[in-house]
Design a protein around this ligand. Structure first.
Ligand SMILES: [Zn+2]
Length: 428
C-alpha cells in the first residue's frame, strides 16, 4: 500500500469560524502531518503519532511550512485569462470592449484548450486546486476546460455560458440551442471523474425570458447539477435589468420566476441586494460568491460579508478573473479583508482562510470532499511558505501565534509563497 506522509504545520477547521467564533473552529498543529492514501486524505494529526502508526509511509518534510487544503476559487472565467487587467471600463463597457472579442475566439477547440491549460497551470501555481469556471457560448470551450482539468486530476465546475441577446453576432445562442447544448454537455461531463456541471446563464441582461425559462427547465430535469450566474454587481446593471424585466420584483426575481433560484444556485457578486432578495437567498440556501478584487477593479461596490453571513447565507470566495485582477487566492483574501475594513467589519485570518477553502467548497456543495484536511477528502493540498519574501519573513519572525505568522502572507503573499501543491494525492 502506497502511503505518503506530509509533515509541516497543519491548519484546518472543525466548524464555520463565522458561526461559533474562530478559536473554537480552528484546528492548528505546529508539528502536524497529513497521511495520503489512494488520492485521499487518510488521516490528519500530530507528526509523531502518524509517523509511529505508519512507519512505511514515504515522508515529505515541509519543515514549518503550512499545510492547507488547496484553495477553491468559486467563480471565474477561464476564457478571460487573455484579457485580465484591461484598463478603464466599468461592467457593461468592459464586457463589450474587452471580454466579448476574446470570448469570440473559443469556438476554436485548439485555442480553447491552450487557454484552459494555461489557466489551470496558473491556478495550480497559486495553490488553487478547484475552480468553478464560466466558459463561452461554444460547447468546444466547455469540453476543452473539462479535458484540461481531467488531465491534471483536478475537480472543477464548469458550464457553457448562455446568451441570446445583448451580445454581438457570433456570441449568441438561442433558447433552444442553449438548452440542447447544455444538456448534451452535462450528460457527457457531470459526474465523470471529478467533473461537475453548472448550468450557466451569464446574467439576466444577456438572456431572454425564454432562454431563462429553458435553463430553469433543464435544471429542474437535472437538479443535482449546479447553476451559476451573476447578480447585482453594479447599479447601472441593476437599472438595466429593471428596464428589461419590467414586471420582476427585483434582480433575483428574474431568476426566481424562471426556475433559476435554488439551493444549488451560485450567484456571483450580490453586492447591491434588496431586503427581499436577501430573504429569498436565506430561505432557499442558495450561495453567493464574493469576488473582491473584481469588485474593486471594475468599481462595483462593497460586499456585505458580515450582514449576509449573519443571515446564514452560504458565501464562497473567488477571483472572478479576468474581471478580477489576480489569480491568487492570497491576494483575493487580502482584498476581502480590505473590503471588510472599508465596511467596518474586519475579517479574522481564520475566516479568510476558511472562505478560500471550506467556505467555497460548501458553496459548491463539495463540503467534506475538498477544502478540508478531514479524512476521506480528496488529497488536494497547498503548502505555504510563511517567509516567502524578505518583507514577509521579517514580519513573520516576530509572530507570537499562527495568525500573526500567516496574516503577512495573506496580505503580501503571492505565488512565491506556494511551496508545493498536491492534487488527488500527487504533487504537481
Ligand atoms: Zn463573473
Amino acid at each position: 500500500m502506497n502511503e505518503q506522509l506530509l509533515l509541516g504545520q497543519t491548519l484546518g477547521f472543525g466548524a464555520d469560524p463565522f458561526a461559533g467564533g474562530w478559536q473554537a473552529a480552528t484546528r492548528h498543529s505546529a508539528h502536524g502531518a497529513v497521511l495520503v492514501r489512494d488520492g485521499r486524505i487518510a488521516a490528519t494529526g500530530e507528526a509523531s503519532d502518524l509517523r509511529r502508526a505508519h512507519p512505511r509511509a514515504t515522508v515529505t518534510d515541509y519543515g514549518d511550512a503550512l499545510i492547507l487544503p488547496g484553495f477553491v476559487d468559486a467563480h471565474m472565467h477561464y476564457a478571460q485569462t487573455g484579457m485580465i487587467a484591461s484598463w478603464g471600463k466599468r461592467l457593461i463597457d468592459w464586457l463589450n470592449s474587452y471580454t466579448f472579442p476574446e470570448e469570440m475566439r473559443f469556438g476554436d477547440p485548439a485555442y480553447a484548450r491552450g487557454q484552459a491549460d494555461l489557466t489551470l497551470d496558473i491556478a495550480l501555481a497559486n495553490g488553487t486546486t478547484t475552480l468553478a469556471s464560466f466558459c463561452t457560448i461554444h460547447p468546444e470551450s466547455v469540453t476543452a476546460f473539462f479535458e484540461a482539468a481531467e488531465a491534471r486530476g483536478m475537480g472543477v465546475v464548469a458550464g457553457k455560458t448562455c446568451m441570446d441577446r445583448n451580445a454581438p453576432e457570433g456570441l449568441r445562442d438561442t433558447a433552444r440551442t442553449a438548452h440542447d447544448d447544455s444538456k448534451a454537455l452535462l450528460e457527457a461531463w457531470h459526474g465523470r471523474g471529478r467533473a461537475t456541471y453548472a448550468i450557466t446563464p451569464r446574467f439576466s441582461p444577456t438572456s431572454t425570458p425564454e432562454q431563462l425559462e429553458a435553463m430553469g427547465a433543464l435544471w429542474a430535469a437535472h437538479p443535482d447539477c449546479l447553476m451559476q450566474t451573476h447578480l447585482s454587481e453594479q447599479t447601472d446593471e441593476i437599472a438595466w435589468v429593471r428596464d428589461l424585466f419590467p414586471t420582476a420584483r427585483d434582480y433575483l426575481d428574474t431568476y426566481e420566476k424562471h426556475g433559476l433560484l435554488g439551493e444549488r444556485g451560485l450567484y456571483g457578486h450580490a453586492i447591491h441586494l434588496e431586503p427581499r432578495e436577501i430573504d429569498r437567498l436565506a430561505e432557499t440556501g442558495a450561495a453567493v460568491i464574493h469576488c473582491p478584487t473584481s469588485n474593486t477593479f471594475i468599481g462595483s461596490g462593497l460586499f456585505d460579508m458580515a450582514g449576509l453571513k449573519a443571515r446564514g447565507i452560504p458565501v464562497g470566495l473567488a477571483t472572478d478573473t479576468g474581471g478580477g485582477s489576480s489569480f491568487s487566492m492570497l491576494r483575493t483574501m487580502a482584498a476581502a479583508y480590505e473590503i471588510g475594513q472599508l465596511r467596518g467589519t474586519p475579517l479574522h485570518p481564520a475566516q479568510l482562510l476558511w472562505l478560500a477553502t471550506e467556505g467555497s467548497a460548501r458553496a459548491l456543495h463539495m463540503g467534506g470532499q475538498i477544502g478540508t484536511l478531514t479524512p476521506g477528502a480528496h488529497a488536494d493540498l497547498c503548502i505555504l511558505d510563511l517567509a516567502s519574501t524578505p518583507a514577509i519573513a521579517q514580519r513573520s519572525t516576530r509572530a507570537e501565534d499562527i495568525w500573526e505568522a500567516v496574516f503577512p502572507t495573506i496580505m503580501m503573499g503571492d505565488d512565491r509563497a506556494v511551496r508545493a501543491v498536491w492534487v488527488s494525492g500527487r504533487p504537481v
